[in-house]
Design a protein around this ligand. Sequence first.
Ligand code: ADP
Ligand code: ZN
Length: 228
Amino acid sequence: MRDIALYHGEGHGWIEVVTGVMFSGKSEEMIRRVRRALIARRRVQVFKSALDVRYAGVMRISSHNGAEVDAVPVRNSREVLEQAHPDTRVFAVDEVQFLDEGIVDVIQLLADRGARVIVAGIDMDFRGEPFGPMGRLLAVAETVDKLHAICVRCGNPATRNQRLVNGEPAPYEAPVIQVGGHEAYEARCRRCHEVPSATRDQTSLLDALGAGAEHAVVLTHESLRRPA
Ligand code: ADP
Ligand code: ZN
């Protein structure tokens, strides 16, 4: 992984996003970066969404030089802002896809104040669509590392979260947030990812593309018109 700290001077803040499908190693990578910050004797604060009950309670990250930091569960972006200490040099937020949209402004504020902010989260929900605030975070971050897992079907790099209900693909209309592990989710590639839908079909997608194409033609004609 690139080390952006090499290119930034003291007092410069920035945002690093570590993203990808479930089981792609986002938490491992975030912990690796936090450990290195601890070794560098930086003041570090770690937050994680309280929604993920699989890891209920406090997670402690420690380094061989005896420095350690607890990952504090938070329910929303306001709690991150309230607990953020002005002297903290490095912030890390895990499972950020579960937090509200306000987290984008909070993270921008922390970076503007000069902190390094490491954010880890799932990029797409089980339908393959941007997950909560992740789309905007990917846009405003200085660096983005998109990790892949292994597709459990074909062994290729996995980018999609396959949600399963009793072993069958969950329908598109199911609620977006449903916390789970291996029993409810599989890492899959684009080809093996399945999202059955009763209401969305290929025809409506083609219609939408057709309408978009017409619009594009009109725009092109307008923009080609020379001023008189
Ligand atoms: P994330 O935070 O992205 O969900 P974790 O850091 O919690 O990922 O876990 C990553 C670990 O998950 C890997 O090191 C590997 O041991 C394990 N793992 C389980 N299933 C898979 C898979 N399908 N592809 C890759 N790694 C997997
Ligand atoms: Zn596959």
